[in-house]
Design a protein around this ligand. Structure first.
Ligand code: GTP
Ligand code: MG
Length: 426
């Protein structure tokens, strides 16, 4: 639950009623209607309401003011008719486009990024999350809020004006750069701390399983069900901004670390992704990725494509991926489920109803068992049986005949590693 603002001296929130605008250029991964539906959810999550939508079919964005001239006039009339207080654009706008549009439309001009930043500001809990959000906001401000002063101050609160940075909104623009470098330093200290924790984990050799996926797919719900954690899960976009990790022993007796991560979304600007690098890095250190998919979402196939694109950008596509088609308890689950060429295994689950979780656990254990570790071994010549096992079942990097036996550098899975234990050289 959001805490109500009760202090009288804080900016009074005005209810924003906005019109969403987007361009249908048939080039984006997600079709424009799904994209605007998603933007509507984002706007609702940020606390404003959508009272209209307008789409223009055109090759690209108009350089001066996003929509073409005629369509802008149509939009102006539409806004006046509805009494909208703002416009939220599905794409990024340059400061001059924002200025031109504000001049023509005479309402507040916002973008998808601004809305996402606003949600991030509401959600950030940890020190790291807050620093990351403030950094992202300041960077955005530095490049975008030039010349927006009049509109912003005229309309008071609402989207784009709240956040951990709120106290600092009065910070002189000249100081923004200083603040950015200060925050970067803070982030470095936090990252160092994270690195120490990571090293400890590596020593413990507990496999790390990260739940990744599109926002609202059910990652936090799965972490809660799987590990009895108490992570905020709700039907809002970007419920999770901070990573949570829980330890759990599975039936083999091995301990695993399960990590919840921030959700992905389409059209997330590159600098925003960069701002959340530290959080997303958790994904980089995972041994296995469980790709949680909301299989009841009509755009789920597109969402999956976007997840894989993001994983590729993060250099994580080479990790073993288990796709967990979630929410199969829902009637509107898409059948047949989309194909998934990136997944090593596919399971169907309901994180909420605790269906298929054991199957998911077993699959995770199977994948871990198949992991191959590099080993150096020396097998005496008289142990012919073991020599033929190595030749038959291991990936051999190097062989050397030595006085006391054959030296091998190999990759072996867990079972073979156990069988060859007595020959392993330290
Ligand atoms: N019916 C049904 N609803 C589910 C299931 N799993 C999750 N949900 C619901 O889906 C919504 C989103 O769940 P979360 O666990 O917060 O999703 P998330 O992937 O962590 O989302 P972000 O943190 O925003 O990225 C919540 O309302 C959950 O109750 C499921 O198996 N079945
Ligand atoms: Mg979550």
């Amino acid at each position: 639950m959001e805490k109500k603002q009760t202090k009288t001296y804080e900016t009074k929130e005005i209810e924003e009623k906005v019109v969403l605008i987007g361009i249908d250029n048939e080039k984006d991964i997600m079709n424009i209607n799904d994209s605007l539906d998603e933007l509507e959810e984002l706007v609702n999550t940020a606390g404003a309401s959508v009272i209209g939508k307008m789409v223009q079919k055109r090759e690209g964005i108009h350089k001066g003011h996003y929509f073409g001239k005629g369509k802008m006039e149509e939009l102006k009339a539409y806004i006046d008719e509805l009494g909208a207080t703002g416009v939220v654009c599905d794409d990024e706008l340059s400061p001059s486009q924002m200025r031109n549009m504000a001049k023509i439309l005479d309402v507040k001009i916002m973008t998808r990024t601004l809305v996402i930043l606003d949600i991030f500001a509401k959600r950030a809990n940890s020190a790291e999350g807050k620093v990351q959000v403030e950094l992202a906001q300041l960077k955005y401000k530095l490049t975008h809020l030039v010349g927006q002063g009049k509109q912003m101050s005229r309309l008071g609160g609402g989207i784009g004006t709240r956040g951990p940075g709120e106290k600092k909104l009065e910070v002189d623009r000249r100081n923004i750069a200083d603040r950015i470098s200060e925050l970067n330093k803070e982030l470095k200290t936090i990252e160092k701390h994270r690195q120490i924790i990571r090293e400890k984990r590596l020593k413990n050799k507990q496999p790390i399983v990260a739940f990744v996926g599109y926002t609202n797919a059910g990652k936090s719900t799965l972490l809660n069900t799987a590990t009895n954690a108490d992570v905020l899960a709700m039907d809002k976009l970007f419920a999770t901004l901070d990573t949570t990790t829980r330890k759990l022993k599975l039936s083999s007796g091995r301990e695993y670390l399960f990590t919840d991560t921030v959700g992905f979304i389409q059209k997330l600007p590159h600098n925003l992704v960069k701002a959340f690098r530290a959080t997303l890095e958790e994904t980089k250190y995972a041994d296995i990725l469980v790709h949680v998919v909301d299989s009841s979402n009509k755009a789920c196939q597109t969402q999956m494509e976007i997840v894989y694109k993001t994983l590729k950008d993060l250099d994580c596509l080479n990790k073993p991926i288990i796709t967990a088609y979630n929410k199969i308890d829902k009637e509107d689950t898409i059948r047949p489920l989309p194909k998934d060429d990136f997944a090593m295994h596919i399971v169907e689950i309901s994180a909420k109803q605790n269906i298929g979780i054991d199957k998911l656990f077993n699959t995770i254990e199977d994948v871990v068992k198949s992991f191959k570790t590099p080993l150096k071994i020396l097998i005496p010549y008289e142990e012919a049986k073991y020599i033929s096992i190595v030749h038959g079942r291991c990936e051999i990097i190097l062989t050397e005949n030595r006085d006391n036996g054959i030296f091998f550098e190999i990759y072996a899975d867990e079972e073979l590693e156990n069988r060859l234990k007595k020959f392993i050289l330290n």
